[in-house]
Design a protein around this ligand. Structure first.
Ligand code: APR
Ligand code: PHB
Length: 400
């Protein structure tokens, strides 16, 4: 089997890249470890930056997003009794974000891929990457008891944090930076109307909470919980009770509760792998970096990687300029570090770190610094502007 681009992983990164490349007539094959239904079973964040929205439109897969997605002009940060609105639109000269679930985007991309008859090998095992430094790298995998060899020009490693691509880069050539946070987020999805029409990020002594949504009838809420907690420790009733205590009082009065459709705990982690390329392999999205969800940047950083790689590959095939591939890691990492810094900063300011040692300080001193930091940024229009500018997303960098 032969294709131009072998894409490892059929999550949002792999699917979006595949769709964009196909639009340019650049052939690609996706090799995915699990079944399509399983990919669609993962509930993830749902705030899309303008850059992401534009990319989905460019891929020609925006019909559902444009019909069902909600444009958000702002969000709120609540600290104790104080509520501050971050007016994204006013503070950024008109920029907004789109609220549309990652699950829905993934489904739209999958449907578009199967409608155009593009090849995807689901439920592939024993995936391995070879000859990355040679002109014709190849991928070996098994599916349905059969062995496959996929020859290609380039490999896009879109296989998430636990994938095989990053690990194929020799250990001595990669540097991994990591911060594991001493708590997780317990998420609950329910068919209840959202408690507010905008997202509310709540900093409280009991811990962080987030009120988010998927539509006018579907809500998504999160609670900061200790890493030792399990989903079984949290009945729906216990979740709603705790959420009410962390939401601003007047908002909590409007909370409509109901049975959960999904409940899960995600640990929080900052992770960056450098460089993001090796020979003809490019790492994209969660394969190269993870952010804590506090800044809603996970999917958006994946999209900026996709955009950079897509522009590079288009130039390679349309203009015959192979030299531009060397720019990928440098361009992608600049934006990744910005998103990582923002997510780390927001996480530091909004969570309760308790007694844990953070940033080399004792827990109490660290928290007092972070309270003061948040207070300073929220009290000034410049400060709110800085939060807003990063939340809507910094511009994508051009190739040189
Ligand atoms: N071979 C083939 N596919 C693999 C392998 C492998 N060895 N290992 C993992 N995969 C697949 C996974 O099953 C998954 O479907 O790669 C896909 C990776 O998808 P994601 O983890 O969702 O990563 P990505 O597509 O980069 O999505 C970006 O943004 O909001 C964040 O973390 C969130 O997933 C989200 C990410
Ligand atoms: C979500 O809706 O799941 C969500 C929104 C914003 C975040 C994180 C998660 O910062």
């Amino acid at each position: 089997m032969k294709t131009k681009i072998a894409i490892i992983g059929g999550g949002p990164s792999g699917l979006l890249l595949g769709q964009l490349l196909s639009k340019q007539g650049i052939s690609n094959v996706i090799v995915e470890r699990v079944a399509g239904d399983y990919v669609l079973g993962r509930i993830r964040a749902g705030i899309l930056e303008q850059g992401f929205v534009d990319l989905v439109r460019e891929a020609g897969v925006a019909t559902n997003m444009d019909a069902a997605g909600g444009v958000h002009d702002g969000f709120e940060i609540s600290v104790g009794d104080r509520r501050v609105r971050i007016d994204l639109k006013a503070l950024t000269g008109g920029k907004t974000v789109m609220c549309y679930g990652q699950l829905e985007i993934t489904k739209d991309l999958m449907d578009a891929r199967s409608a155009s008859g593009l090849e995807t090998y689901y439920e592939s095992s024993q995936v391995s990457l070879h000859d990355l430094k040679a002109d014709s790298p190849f991928v070996l995998f098994e599916q349905g008891g059969e062995q496959f060899r996929l020859e290609c020009d380039y490999i896009a490693g879109c296989d998430g944090f636990h994938g095989v691509s990053r690990k194929t880069i020799p250990l001595e050539l990669r540097t991994e930076h990591e911060r594991v946070y001493p708590f997780g987020w317990l998420g609950l999805l329910s068919d209840t109307p959202p408690v507010s029409h905008e997202l509310i990020y709540c900093k409280t002594e009991r811990g962080f909470a987030l009120a988010s949504m998927r539509s006018e009838t579907r809500s998504r809420y999160y609670l900061q919980v200790p890493l030792t907690d399990t989903v079984e420790d949290w009945s729906d009733e216990a979740f709603w009770d705790e959420l009410k205590k962390r939401l601003p009082e007047d908002i909590a009065l409007n909370l409509v509760t109901g049975p959960s459709i999904e409940k899960s705990i995600a640990p929080l982690r900052s992770f960056i792998c450098e460089p993001m390329q090796y020979g003809n392999l490019f790492l994209v999205g969660d394969a190269a970096h993870i952010v804590p969800p506090t800044g809603a940047k996970g999917l958006n950083l994946a999209a900026s990687d996709v955009s950079t790689l897509y522009k590079i590959l288009t130039r390679v095939y349309k203009q015959g300029d192979k030299a531009c591939i060397h720019q990928y890691s440098e361009i992608a990492l600049r934006r990744v570090w910005n998103g990582e810094r923002f997510s780390w900063w927001m996480s530091n300011m909004l969570h309760n770190f308790g007694e844990t040692n953070a940033g080399g300080l004792d827990g109490d001193t660290f928290m007092r610094f972070m309270e003061s930091e948040l207070n300073y940024y929220l009290s000034s229009e410049y400060g709110r502007g800085i939060i807003a500018e990063q939340y809507v997303g910094l511009p994508y960098e051009k190739l040189t």
